[in-house]
Unconditional design. Structure first.
Length: 337
């Protein structure tokens, strides 16, 4: 069994821990927190060994009635791989710890691409991460864009991508985030950081991205225009996307007209935390004009990178190829509607 350490048990870390637990070839060795809070209590209730990420704060856990298994150094030393799910910038600070114990580490999309050996998307460049020591699982938006670009590029060739990203102001639990009643160009300059980030997966891709931030917490929304190298009928693209396990084509018959109903649907079908691991593409939005393909897709920022982290674990350890890993992850998480 692959022994997985989770350093950071917040929005992403707790989801990755639960996803790892569901895999037949993996085990959660432990999770590390900087302080006691409701998530630390939940980790203990779920049976995850809890480690102190900051030694000087270890006594706070005891004061809160939480037993810890030791310092994060012990967790890293005994793990086969570490998933660093700490806030942006902290992963870079933790890199030396992972190097000290020669433990391969996965970082999240908030870290700089220069920090790692390779940026990762399971659908697009799984093999590039094989045997790497430091791998960055790209952000939720880059993950969503990569999942759409890969099959289009393979089938038809991509000349140009133009994407407008309408981004939520914050996650539901991020009470300090905004805007509260505003719509912000974010950034006001072009491109947004998402285009260059996609190029860490597709180095030769011509892509422009614009970003804006809105007062919502549920999901991101992408308006996508892809100029292909040949004219293709929209029905053919719909059929090709239907074969992609992490693309959910929302049928018009479901009457899902926005992110709110998408999240309601996820809760109704029993998804943990109402998570949507797949890109959610409105099927009727997929249209073509000559060589230009257009679509709208919803991206659940809290969860779409979770299966990618699971696949990245197998990639860095050389434990599987892309096809088998994706299939195993999908089966044991219940990905696919």
């Amino acid at each position: 069994m692959i022994q997985v350490a989770i350093n950071g048990y917040g929005t992403i870390g707790k989801r990755v821990a639960d996803a790892v637990r569901e895999q037949p070839d993996m085990e959660v060795l432990g999770v590390a927190k900087t302080r006691p809070n409701f998530e630390a209590e939940t980790a203990v209730e779920k049976g995850y060994p809890l480690y102190a990420a900051i030694e000087e704060r270890a006594d706070r856990f005891a004061e809160a009635g939480l037993e810890i298994a030791g310092p994060v150094e012990d967790l890293v030393a005994n793990a086969d791989v570490v998933v660093d799910a700490t806030p942006s910038g902290i992963g870079a600070e933790n890199k030396s710890l992972y190097e000290e114990y020669d433990t391969p580490a996965l970082y999240q999309g908030g870290e700089d691409a220069e920090l790692v050996d390779v940026s990762f998307n399971a659908r697009s460049n799984f093999e590039a991460a094989t045997g790497a020591q430091h791998v960055r699982v790209v952000s939720c938006n880059t993950t969503g864009l990569s999942r759409v670009i890969a099959p289009l590029q393979e089938a038809y060739g991509v000349e140009k991508v133009r994407a407008t990203l309408v981004r939520r102001g914050g996650d539901p639990g991020q009470t300090s985030r905004g805007p509260i009643n505003d719509i912000l160009p974010d950034p006001v300059t072009i491109p947004s950081h998402h285009g260059p980030d996609v190029e860490t997966i597709f180095p030769d891709l011509d892509i422009d991205t614009l970003g804006m931030k809105v007062p919502a917490t549920l999901m991101h929304m992408h308006s996508l225009n892809v100029t292909l190298e040949e004219a293709v009928d929209a029905a053919e693209i719909r059929d090709r996307f239907a074969d992609e396990s992490r693309l959910f084509l929302i049928p018009e018959s479901m009457s899902i007209d926005g992110s709110g109903k998408l999240k309601e649907y996820a809760h109704d079908v029993g998804r943990p935390r109402g998570d949507l691991w797949e890109n959610c593409i409105w099927e009727e939005s997929i249209s073509t004009v000559g060589r230009d393909c257009y679509l709208f897709q919803g991206i659940h920022q809290e969860s779409d990178v979770v299966p990618e982290n699971v696949d990245a674990i197998r990639a860095v350890l050389g434990a599987s190829d892309a096809t088998d890993s994706i299939a195993t992850t999908n089966e044991h998480l219940g990905i696919g509607f």
